[in-house]
Design a protein. Structure first.
Length: 368
């Protein structure tokens, strides 16, 4: 089967969407399928990845103030698709490439839309909640009508499709690399770099954009600092909010690492941290949270996001969406014996191996 994947907001270096698309594609290719991925880039090109996936890059302009994302036009993507003759089409873009459901239907090609985000939550950042919900409902009903299958990674992600009574929604959780992210990769030198051995090492990994709410991680650290709780926050990631976040963190024990280019660096940081924070209230899965759990590090996430369903009180917490709320949750999790919380976190992550996610997606593409 030839599976073509489309993704516009495919990060140039990292990101949850890129990881998901790449891991699924590699799994499809490993199962013997012909896989082509179409993404935007600075220049047109074609290459065969180590996974066996053919990646075609469509020249596309940068999106201003996006931190480097590019946007390929639907017309250019269609020009490439016309020569590929896919058996199955997988679209990871609910906005700019949504029309390819109809494109596939006209050609009798099985189509799948992957919902990597909550549209009602995204729209709610720029318009009143009631208007955002109404607009999202119309768009989601059209998406469900135009595609054979809509894939959601969690019940939280599926809720807005349930609201419009879509009947073709399939749950397919993402996965985690349990070898790369493992408690064995703990590096005692990292803790010693930012702590005297008595301070808690708190990690925040992710893109520094508005919706990720790294400001709440900093606010929580400030709250702990003022109350005399020794802790150091390490923020790994880059993005358009870095400068204002650095200004916010002045005078606090906060270190900005910028983008970590090697996954081994991220894995070592997560395994060495006492707690990992995921304060974004709109996360529909949050791969970085799952990677933290795999590394044996408990996660504190927003009570308004899907992370709240990923953790329980043995391996993390769902915090109120505020600095004080996260600070309180941090104290709660730190009160657990380290060996117990590490074991519980790792156990939770083992329930999400990538092969299971790939198998679920292949069933979707086969029309099962």
């Amino acid at each position: 089967m030839r599976i073509v994947q489309l993704a516009n907001f495919y990060g140039g270096r990292s990101g949850g969407l890129r990881t998901a698309v790449d891991r699924w594609g590699a799994g499809y290719a490993g199962a013997g399928h012909d896989v082509v991925l179409i993404v935007p880039g600075a220049d047109p090109g074609e290459e065969t990845l180590n996974s066996g996936v053919t990646r075609i890059t469509v020249a596309a302009p940068r999106i201003p103030a996006s931190g480097g994302y590019r946007l390929a036009s639907a017309r250019r993507v269609a020009d490439v698709l016309a020569h590929l003759r896919p058996d199955a089409l997988e679209v990871s873009d609910r906005l700019t490439l949504r029309g390819f459901g109809r494109w596939a239907r006209r050609r009798d090609i099985h189509s799948t839309m992957v919902s990597h985000e909550r549209l009602d939550r995204l729209l709610g950042q720029v318009m009143p909640g009631r208007s955002a919900r109404a607009l999202a409902d119309r768009a989601n009903a059209a998406t469900a009508r135009d595609y054979d299958t809509v894939v959601c990674t969690t019940d939280f992600a599926a809720a807005e499709f349930d609201r419009v009574r879509a009947t073709n929604v399939v749950r397919a959780p993402l996965g985690v690399d349990l070898d790369v992210f493992d408690p064995r990769h703990l590096d005692p030198n990292l803790g010693a770099r930012w702590s005297d051995g008595t301070s808690a090492l708190i990690a925040h990994c992710g893109r520094l954009s508005v919706e990720k709410r790294a400001d709440r991680s900093i606010a929580a650290l400030g709250r702990l600092h003022r109350s005399g709780t020794p802790a150091h926050l390490v923020i790994a990631g880059d993005g358009p909010m870095r400068a204002p976040l650095q200004h916010l963190a002045r005078g606090l024990p906060v270190t900005f690492l910028g983008h970590l280019s090697e996954r081994s660096q991220v894995a070592a940081l997560l395994a060495s941290a006492d707690i990992s924070l995921s304060p974004g209230p709109h996360e529909t899965f949050c791969l970085s949270a799952l990677e933290s759990l795999a590394a044996g590090t408990p996660v504190i996430g927003s009570q308004s996001s899907a992370v709240a369903t990923l953790v329980d009180d043995t391996c993390g917490a769902a915090a109120e969406d505020s600095g004080p709320g996260f600070a309180s949750a941090i104290r709660q999790v730190l009160s657990l014996p380290r060996v117990d919380r590490e074991r519980a976190a790792r156990h939770r992550a083992t329930q999400y191996p990538w092969p299971d996610s790939v198998a679920r997606m292949l069933g979707v593409h086969a029309g099962c």
